[in-house]
Design a protein around this ligand. Structure first.
Ligand SMILES: Cc1cc2nc3c(=O)[nH]c(=O)nc-3n(C[C@H](O)[C@H](O)[C@H](O)COP(=O)(O)OP(=O)(O)OC[C@H]3O[C@@H](n4cnc5c(N)ncnc54)[C@H](O)[C@@H]3O)c2cc1C
Length: 360
């Protein structure tokens, strides 16, 4: 079996890796370099609880399943690539800055909230004025930039082929046979998978078949602490931002704006992120801004992932993971590789690419 995958982000690489391990001849076409788009820009949180506030039941179940797959997924990538991915389950504090936010948190969780002083005992950098916090010891993180490099390596070592700097321009279809046209050639496969992140709807097709994925921009910052200052020990959420200790830096994310395929960084976003982070942890006012970047999350009209076969047989899509593409990676890899292999896959009807009127 031969599968052509468009896009070497975490989705395309993870699915390609699974397929290559199952003996499939896999070629990934990547417009730029592998894992340098949203996969690189992310915060790397594996946060099924913190991200569950607006999730539907299928998504919550998928997130929990994926989080449970993560330890093994990370270990296998490390073994097969010989590179570290920095998976850590060191928990998260979800802070309620106000009494109203504390009430909302109580409604979402069956766990008791920490009082402000208990939360500050766990995280001394927190502001004295918070109302309380939820402690979730299961939340985890991975170094997403290291993950991208390791996953590409594991994919190649499993026998997969990767063609960087080669963009898919068009899908050419005859019946249930498809081929991907690039400026350099035409690649036919038994299956084609579009895993091109926020750009997944941009590839030409004869008839409208690719679901309406769209870019949702996120800007992030990284701060370095003054000498002899410890980073927080865990991820901290609150005030509409999250703070992620990563190596020697603290990441602050993220804005959400729909401005098309634009990854410029703005002073406005920098101020917004800093103001909110400093309100949560006043000491951050004296930390140094080290990096400011932006990336494009793959959004979908209903906010749910888009995973599975399109109405054209043998043409598959994996996109729409929105804020959770790192969290979802193991479950996306498992589900979509099983669908392509024709083996039993968990049926997630609400994620089907065929649910959109534009393509049905
Ligand atoms: C600021 C920010 C913070 C985030 N934080 C988190 C987080 O903490 N946890 C979490 O789970 N998720 C997070 N996310 C979301 C996560 O990053 C994405 O959901 C995930 O990376 C999507 O992976 P992907 O492989 O689908 O897309 P991408 O990583 O964007 O990869 C798509 C690839 O397709 C390529 N491509 C596009 N068009 C073509 C073409 N025509 N031909 C060939 N190649 C093409 C691109 O060059 C790119 O390499 C965050 C996202 C952002 C922006």
């Amino acid at each position: 079996m031969k599968t052509i995958i468009v896009g070497a982000g975490v989705a395309g690489l993870a699915i390609g890796w699974k397929l290559a391990q199952a003996g499939v001849d896999v070629l990934i076409l990547e417009r730029a370099q592998p894992a340098r788009a949203a996969t690189w820009a992310a915060a790397g949180m594996i946060a099924p609880t913190a991200e569950s506030a607006h999730a539907n039941a299928d998504e919550t179940q998928f997130a929990r399943w994926s989080a449970a797959l993560w330890p093994d997924f990370a270990a296998q990538i490390e073994t097969q690539s010989g590179r570290r991915v920095g998976y850590k389950r060191d928990g998260a504090l979800i802070v309620a800055p106000t009494d109203e936010a504390a009430q909302e948190l109580r409604a979402r969780s069956n766990k008791a909230l920490l009082t402000a002083s208990e939360a500050r005992a766990r995280e001394p950098l927190l502001s004295a004025s918070i109302a309380g916090a939820l402690w979730d010891s299961d939340e985890a993180q991975v170094d997403n930039r290291a993950l991208g490099v390791a996953l590409a390596n594991a994919f190649l070592r499993a026998g997969g082929k990767l063609s960087p700097n080669e963009a898919a321009v068009r899908i050419e279809t005859e019946g249930s046979h498809h081929a991907v046209r690039t400026p350099f050639g035409l690649y036919a496969g038994d299956n084609i998978l579009i895993a091109a992140g926020a750009w997944s709807a941009e590839i030409e097709t004869g008839t409208p078949v690719l679901p309406p994925a769209r870019p949702v921009k996120g800007e992030m910052l990284a701060l370095t602490p003054p000498a002899n200052t410890l980073l927080p020990r865990q991820v901290v959420w609150g005030n509409g931002v999250y703070l992620v200790p990563r190596e020697s830096r603290l990441l602050i994310g993220a804005t959400m704006r729909e401005t098309g395929f634009d990854i410029s960084v703005t002073k406005q976003a920098e101020n917004w992120l800093l103001d909110r982070a400093i309100a949560l942890m006043p000491a951050l006012a004296s930390w140094t801004l080290d990096e400011h970047w932006a990336g494009l999350r793959p959004g979908s009209p209903d906010g749910l992932p888009i995973l599975g076969e399109t109405r054209l047989k043998n043409l598959f899509v994996a996109t729409g993971q929105f804020r959770n593409g790192i969290l979802f990676a193991p479950a996306v890899a498992e589900t979509v590789s099983r669908l392509i292999l024709g083996s039993a896959a968990p049926e997630i009807r609400s994620f089907t690419p065929q649910r959109f009127a534009e393509v049905s």
